[in-house]
Design a protein around this ligand. Structure first.
Ligand code: VAH
Length: 319
């Protein structure tokens, strides 16, 4: 990758990936795009363009203007929002992806688009979910992710577009909060631990989901995109994860830093049903073997970093 266009650059992943990529590839070589203008505190020095991913022509013109050779396509609706607005999710998630694939085909770019553990369903083996297994998701988000994986493989085999992707678990970060996801609780719990010393989880006790700290997610995108193409047996999309946790596990890790922290539950049936349809833990052996995936943050290390970074972020806001 030399010149990169990022869609959804103001989102939870995009806002941090743009910063990291600009450090590696140079600010001028990473074109951040999103559907709205950026706020001052969201802006990182470097090119910024308004791109609505459902506007194929607009996306093509920006990609051509900057002569990009890679597109990181992150703009999408997450699982809970997609379940509330299924047709909007289909049009945005699938329409946006087809447009990004067409731009990549016409301009001969690489394309990264994330899948998710949401691409699996209730009939998928829940423990150490294999790289190749049954994918019958029961959510619109999951349908979008499975269709997206198949579409990206199609563009690789049919048109030679260098498409690559990972199945992200829940992502935990302190820069830009997620919006509309089922795993958002795993971010909120840290903010509330500092703000109020307590958190009410909308996901039930004992509900195990794969999670990963944002630094590991960013490294996974870059490592996969820079990997030797000839070594890739799979492409769309690789299982990646760092930990399998339930809400009480995160609470116990927080209590080791904030002993008075309290967790209780008020389960949201919609997001609980989504979470229960997803695996408990993924097998990541294909990603390890084909491009050297390795997470570096476990629950303890992530919790220590999250609390420290959030404390200084909240202190900055006060001063
Ligand atoms: C969501 N954070 O909750 C996203 C992710 C695995 C979950 O895809 O929808």
């Amino acid at each position: 990758m030399k010149k990169i266009l990022v869609t959804g650059a103001l989102g939870q992943i995009g806002s941090e990936l743009v910063v990291k990529m600009r450090e590696i590839y140079g600010a001028e070589n990473v074109v951040a795009t999103d559907i709205r203008p950026h706020e001052t505190d969201e802006y990182q020095p470097g090119p910024y363009e308004i791109v609505d991913v459902t506007d194929a022509k607009g996306m093509f013109e920006v990609a051509k203007k900057y002569q990009v050779d890679a597109i990181i396509h992150l703009a999408a609706l997450l699982s809970a929002t997609a379940e509330a607005k299924p047709l909007l999710a289909w049009n945005l998630n699938m329409g946006g992806l087809v447009n990004a694939l067409e731009v990549a085909r016409e301009l001969r770019c690489q394309l990264f688009s994330p899948s998710s553990i949401g691409a699996f369903g209730p009939s998928t083996p829940k423990e150490r979910t294999p790289q190749d297994t049954i994918q019958r998701p029961t959510t619109m988000y999951g349908v979008n992710k499975v269709a997206g994986e198949l579409l990206c493989d199609y563009y690789y085999h049919k048109f030679g577009v260098d498409t690559r992707g990972v199945r992200f678990p829940g992502l935990i970060s302190y820069v830009t909060p997620p919006g509309g996801g089922t795993t958002d609780y795993a971010v909120e719990i840290y903010y509330e631990a500092i703000r109020r010393g307590r958190y009410t989880s909308y996901i039930a006790e004992g509900t195990y989901l794969d999670m990963m700290y944002m630094p590991d997610a960013l490294q996974a995108v870059i490592s996969l995109m820079e990997a030797d193409s000839s070594k890739l047996i799979h492409r769309n999309a690789f299982n990646v994860t760092a930990m399998s946790v339930a809400p009480e596990d995160i609470a116990a890790a927080i209590k080791r830093h904030i002993p008075e922290f309290e967790l209780d539950f008020d389960v949201d049936p919609v997001r609980q049903e989504i979470a229960e349809s997803w695996p408990d833990s993924l097998d990541t052996s294909a990603a390890k073997a084909e491009w050297g995936f390795q997470a570096t943050y476990d629950l303890e290390k992530m919790t220590a970093d999250m609390l420290a970074k959030l404390r200084s972020k909240m202190l900055e806001k006060v001063n």
